[in-house]
Design a protein around this ligand. Structure first.
Ligand code: S7B
Ligand code: ZN
Length: 317
């Protein structure tokens, strides 16, 4: 594929106007961003389930059609997530080696899911009640891309406690990316694309996981076999700890002094990429996070004390 690097404008899923990088040649405008790593490529599944589908081609480099919104956001937010890992953690793409970022939108029919396939991001359009097109939220895209970071580092097995930590890492970095770009930042997950007719709710809450029925303490962990052993359920335990580590608070009588998003992000990034392993459980997660914080701030630092308190507050001692 050859052509000229260009900047297009368009409207995202929620009708917001943004600009993004494209490649233009005699065929038209492709959603190809050659300015980041080995490139960001966005495809159209045309409501079928073959991936990656067709590389997105637009006629005039203006992406304002309703059908374009999911692609505009998938492309733009993938670029922003790339920038976060490069600029904040010096990681070039999800593998640290500039891997291509491939996304497919309009996957399936009324598909209420988004996922990392093992090689690319995939986004459904939602059914319009539970979800609108799922690429319309930066925290969702950063969540999916963090699965790729996890798979190329700790490679946490996607079941039981290691799977819950895998899921929480995606919620944590999804939220930190949302804050980094100051994109209506909060400690909820997927709020911008979840239940359009219900205000104030979210797919999950890190601030209060019990709002979506998930545990906020290890003693309340799910031990069944559903959801791969509760990977989207027991993530609430770590999500609550992360909320407390960054923001502070008192939980089940344990007080945590907040250390802020940036230090929390550096600790979780080092934990994920230097210490966690495929079989890590919550106990190893505590030890690893303390070690990462010790490396960064010293054994007697306030940051280490807050990591210990955050895990104790959610019953991981
Ligand atoms: C909506 C959805 C369904 C199933 C799996 C995932 C998954 O990627 O784990 C999923 O996406 C999310 O959880 C992102 C945060 C909204
Ligand atoms: Zn996930």
């Amino acid at each position: 594929l050859t052509g000229e690097d260009s900047t297009a404008t368009g409207k995202g899923v929620l009708g917001d106007t943004k600009s993004f990088n494209t490649l233009v040649n005699s065929n038209g405008s492709y959603l190809v961003d050659r300015t980041r790593g080995s490139g960001i490529f966005t495809y159209d599944a045309k409501n079928r389930t073959r991936t990656p589908g067709t590389l997105w081609l637009d006629s005039d480099n203006v992406y304002n059609a309703a059908y374009d919104g999911a692609a505009v956001d998938a492309h733009t937010y993938a670029g922003q997530t790339y920038d976060y890992f490069q600029d904040v953690h010096s990681r070039n793409s999800y593998d640290g080696n500039g891997a291509e970022l491939i996304s497919t939108v309009h996957y399936g029919r009324s598909y209420n899911n988004a996922f990392w396939s093992g090689s690319q991001m995939v986004y459904g359009d939602g059914d319009g009640n539970t979800f609108v097109p799922l690429s319309g939220a930066l925290d969702v895209i950063a969540h999916e891309l963090t699965h790729a970071v996890t798979d190329t580092s700790a490679d946490l097995i996607y079941q039981n406690e290691s799977g819950a930590i895998n899921e929480s890492m995606s919620d944590i970095f999804g939220t930190l990316v949302e804050h980094h770009f100051n994109n209506k930042p909060d400690w909820q997950v997927g709020e911008d694309i979840y239940t359009p007719s219900v205000a104030g709710d979210a797919l999950r809450s890190m601030e209060d996981p019990t709002l979506s029925g998930d545990p906020d303490h290890y003693s309340k962990r799910y031990t069944g076999t559903g959801d791969y052993g509760g990977v989207h359920i027991n993530s609430g335990i770590s999500n609550k700890a992360a909320f407390l580590l960054a923001n502070g608070g008192t939980h089940y009588g344990v007080t945590v002094a907040g250390i802020g998003n940036d230090k929390a992000g550096d600790i979780y990034y080092r934990t994920l990429t230097q210490y966690l392993t495929p079989n890590s459980n919550y106990s190893h997660f505590r030890v690893s996070t303390i070690q990462a914080a010790t490396d960064l701030y010293g054994a007697s630092s306030a940051e280490v004390a807050s990591v210990k308190a955050a895990f104790s507050a959610v019953g991981v001692n």
